[in-house]
Ligand binder design. Structure first.
Ligand code: F6P
Length: 483
């Protein structure tokens, strides 16, 4: 079935641009999301003929779908954006999202397994994989219904790796792109996956006309996996990369999503941010340097080692005691998974230990907040003298790009060489191996010592590199590259 008001441009992602909660009186409260895709899609204008297909993530979303006409939400809830939300059976959704996307593919691409004991691919895993296939098929069906003849479809991320091939089988007329927001695993690690599933994920993405990544490093890793796992032909010709497999050629592209400077600068100076800035300044105390980190409490963000590095700094260089405060925001993420709950508890424990060990009257060495508050994050960005971004591995890391844009008196960036942002920001950062606590402590020390002049110069260059490809252009580039 093809919808009557089909679209010329479609975006598909697990998490959509709006989410819902059911109020006590039974009415629905809509909350609009942010991020690169939301700003990116706004570039084609409110009148553009676009539909966003996403999954219902919770009970509020499911209720909104039940009240919607043909699955289409009220555009007023998403700033005029047409959204088709899919009410996939809760058990199927949970197995696909928690089991395969977040506990398997995410772990593979971020190198997160503790390999002596995991992963274990058993019967239960196979049931989750079947759910992942069903969940991807639900997206492919909806996109096939919503797309006009020859439309452009931009499929997002590891949740939807099978969609491009499934959609091509249903609608060969469409132009299909896939974008990975994560890193891509190197072949030896990728091959932890069962052979048939390793191949299915690759051939799923190769169903697109163009598969794109955040950095050349991840694009190359994907091509390497195609060569090693599938025996596909990889051609590198004057900067253009293609993968040919089973008679089809897929172009491989790179679009390094940047920070949205206009939005950030305006948003960071509203009253709610000013108010939080005042509160943070009060908590930090007069004349102290501030080291800031802002993350989801995500295993790959390496928050525990970041805290241990701060403890090492205070231990090994006592001159910083009472002269520095670490402001660490670690917001809730993926609480359905036990390993994330345990990680969150570990973050709190190490933070408490640091304060216990070092606090003095009038100096709290570490301020940890775990409740998500975007205005407070922006206030911390403005206050930062040093930003700590030390992921084990990260597709890009937008925090590394946003802080230099917003910081008031310039920021020294301590940056993991395993973040995608390293390729663009590494030259003006204090670069660290994320596993090396002592080296990270030394980098924090050097970053704190950077002269005002040098810091201002570096910040200017960091902000320029960070905003080179704003979300709107990032999105338009992908559309035009599809032809
Ligand atoms: O990094 C990939 C990504 O999909 C991001 O776009 C996003 O920040 C994150 O993962 C979201 O994860 P979740 O939807 O599970 O909270």
């Amino acid at each position: 079935m093809v919808a009557t008001d089909t679209a010329r441009v479609l975006v598909a992602s697990n998490r959509g641009p709006v989410s819902y909660a059911v109020r006590e009186d039974g009415s629905l409260e809509a909350k609009r999301g942010g991020g690169g895709l939301v700003s990116g899609l706004s570039a084609i204008g409110p009148d553009a003929d676009a539909v966003w297909v996403c999954a219902a993530l919770g009970e509020g979303d499911r209720e909104a779908v039940r009240r919607a006409t043909d699955g289409r939400l009220d555009p007023a809830d998403s700033g005029g954006q047409r959204v088709r939300m899919l009410d996939i059976e809760p058990e199927v959704f949970a197995a696909a999202y928690n089991g395969i996307a977040n506990s398997t593919l995410w772990f593979v691409h971020h190198l997160l397994f503790q390999t002596p004991l995991e992963p274990v691919f058993d019967e239960a895993f196979r049931a989750q994989w079947a759910a992942y296939e069903a969940y991807n098929a639900a997206f492919a069906d909806a996109l096939a219904e919503e797309a006009a003849e020859g439309a452009a479809v931009l499929v997002q991320d590891y949740h939807l790796a099978l969609v491009p091939a499934m959609l091509r089988a249903r609608r060969p007329d469409l132009r299909i792109g896939h974008f990975s927001h994560t890193p891509w695993a190197p072949p030896d690690y990728y091959r932890l996956l069962p052979d048939d599933i390793a191949a299915a994920v690759l051939t799923g993405i190769l169903g697109s006309d163009r598969a794109a990544f955040l950095t050349p490093r991840w694009a190359d890793a994907f091509a390497d996996c195609c060569a090693k796992v599938l025996g596909a032909a990889v051609l590198r010709d004057e900067g253009a990369l293609t993968v040919t497999y089973a008679g089809r050629t897929t172009r491989i592209g790179v679009h390094g999503l940047g920070a949205d400077a206009d939005f950030l600068r305006e948003r960071a100076h509203r009253a709610d941010v000013d108010e939080r800035l005042g509160a943070l300044r009060g908590a930090v105390g007069e004349g102290r340097k501030v080291i800031v980190r802002v993350d989801r409490t995500e295993l790959s963000k390496n928050i525990v080692r970041g805290l241990l590095a701060y403890r090492q700094l205070l231990t090994e260089r006592p001159q910083w005691r009472e002269r520095v405060v670490h402001v660490a925001f670690a917001y809730p993420s993926r609480g359905d998974l036990a390993v994330y709950r345990e990680y969150t508890a570990a973050v709190r424990q190490v933070a408490d230990d640091i304060n216990e060990e070092f606090r003095t009257t009038g100096w709290e060495p570490l301020i940890l907040h775990v409740r998500d508050d975007f205005a407070r994050s922006l206030a911390a960005y403005r206050l930062a003298d040093v930003a700590l971004v030390n992921p084990i591995r990260d597709g890009m890391n937008l925090v590394a790009k946003e802080i230099p844009v917003v910081s008031e008196s310039g920021v020294s960036l301590v940056l993991s060489r395993e973040a995608g942002a390293y390729e663009e920001l590494g030259d003006d950062s204090f670069v660290v191996n994320p596993y090396d606590i002592r080296a990270t402590a030394r980098a924090l020390h050097e970053a704190l010592l950077l002269s005002d002049g040098e810091r201002a110069e570096r910040t200017k260059r960091l902000a320029a590199a960070a905003t080179a490809l704003p979300p709107q252009q990032w999105f338009l580039d992908q559309l035009s590259a599809l032809g």
